[in-house]
Design a protein around this ligand. Sequence first.
Ligand code: PXP
Length: 255
Amino acid sequence: MLKLGVNIDHVATIREARYRGRGFGEPDPVAAALLCEAAGAHGITAHLREDRRHIQDRDVWALREKIQTRLNLEMANAPEIVDIALKLKPDIVCIVPERRLEVTTEGGLDVVAAEKSLTETRKKMNDAGIEVSLFIAPDEQQIAASARIGSQFIELHTGAFAEEFSKAESGKRKAETELQRLISAAQQAHALGLKVNAGHGLNYENLRSLFRVPHLVELNIGHSLVSRAVFAGLENAVREMLALMREYRENSATS
Ligand code: PXP
């Protein structure tokens, strides 16, 4: 069954918009995580950014203590955050690139360029019992490098597909091209023994098209769930997404 990891960063974004630097405030991303679990989410994802723009240190410690499903810590491969992860012991870390001025994680990780330091971090995490995922573009070289460094998972960046999908009809051909890249990438990764997650920009409209990508284990979804939650409530938003995800068949159409 395709799993849903709910990214709760945007709950913290709303809190920080009013309570930045205060050490308290609403809405509480940990309470949100517990509601997502109650609605059937298989895991919770939180990104502790170096600039702490949304999720704060206290959030990740409270998540570690309170959630019952899997904690996926998104993080940059930066010494300070690596140290926190080794102490926190999430079930899995997803290593992402970080740029201070970006609105959200923009591109995928350049695994080829950072092969040595990512291998070191991968080993440290695995030695601490933490699985490793790398957030990468659907690119042949990046997937080959991810396998070389010994990562357990990759998370395919679906942002380009989602972006093209959201454009008017003229963009649909480009969305198909992006989809084909994701399909090839998932096939390549699977053949190399990597487990395949996907995420970024996924929503209730583009999800069905994504289901043509084979071998998916988990989707990490945040913004569209929190957006729907404003109108429908978080539990309903999660349940609706899970209902859609039940249509996914492992090794489904690959063309
Ligand atoms: N996966 C990764 C690695 C991300 O950085 C993000 C965005 O924080 C997501 C998934 C979720 O993306 P979205 O909020 O667009 O659903």
